[in-house]
Ligand binder design. Structure first.
Ligand code: HEM
Length: 149
C-alpha cells in the first residue's frame, strides 16, 4: 500500500472527470443560441478548462515519478506516448474555441444584440467535436498503458 500513489490516483481521476464534464458542457452550450449570458458562461467554463488541464499535467507527472510502477514503466511504453499525444492534440484543438469565446464575449459586451457569426460558430463546433472525440481515446490509451501494452 502506498498512500502517495493512492492520493495521486484519486486526484487524477477527479481532475480527469472534471475535464470531461467541462468538454461536455462546452459541447452542449455551443449547440444552442448564444446570448450574452451564455457567452459569459462559456468563458468562465473555459477558464476552468485551462486550470484543470494544468493540474492534470502536474498530477499526471506526479503519478509517473511517484507512482508505484516507477517512471521507466511509462517512458518506454508507447501507449503512454499515445496518451500524451492525444492529450496535447486535445489541448491544441481547444485554442481556437478559447480565442473565439473570449472574442465573442467581448463583442457581446460592447455591442447589444451581438450575434455570433455563423461561420465562426461552425468552425468552433468542429473544433469542440474533434476535441471530444480525441479526448475519448485518452482513457483507452490509459487503460492499455496501465496494463503494460
Ligand atoms: C500529462 C497528462 C497525463 C499524465 C502524465 C498521466 C499519467 C498517468 C499515469 C502515470 C497513470 C497511472 C497508470 C498506472 O496505474 O500504471 C494514469 C492513469 C490514468 N489516466 Fe492519466 N495522465 C495524464 C492525463 C490523463 C487524461 C487527460 C486522462 C483523461 C481521460 C487520463 C486518464 C487516465 C485514466 C482513466 C487512468 C487509469 C488507467 C487504469 O488504471 O486503467 N489521464 N495516468
Amino acid at each position: 500500500m502506498d498512500t502517495t500513489d493512492l492520493v495521486l490516483a484519486i486526484i487524477h481521476h477527479l481532475l480527469v472527470f472534471s475535464l470531461a464534464g467541462i468538454i461536455g458542457a462546452e459541447f452542449v452550450l455551443i449547440r444552442g443560441d448564444l446570448p450574452a449570458a451564455t457567452l459569459k458562461r462559456l468563458v468562465g467554463i473555459d477558464r476552468h478548462y485551462g486550470i484543470i488541464a494544468a493540474l492534470i499535467v502536474i498530477v499526471g507527472a506526479g503519478r509517473v515519478f511517484y507512482g508505484l510502477k516507477g517512471w521507466e514503466f511509462y517512458i518506454y511504453n508507447w501507449m503512454f506516448w499515445a496518451k500524451m499525444t492525444a492529450f496535447v492534440i486535445v489541448g491544441l484543438l481547444s485554442i481556437v474555441p478559447t480565442i473565439r469565446f473570449i472574442s465573442w464575449n467581448r463583442q457581446a459586451g460592447a455591442t447589444p444584440g451581438f450575434q455570433v457569426p455563423a461561420a465562426e460558430l461552425a468552425s468552433v463546433k468542429t473544433y469542440v467535436r474533434a476535441e471530444a472525440f480525441i479526448f475519448l481515446l485518452i482513457p483507452v490509451f490509459a487503460a492499455a498503458m496501465a496494463r503494460g501494452y
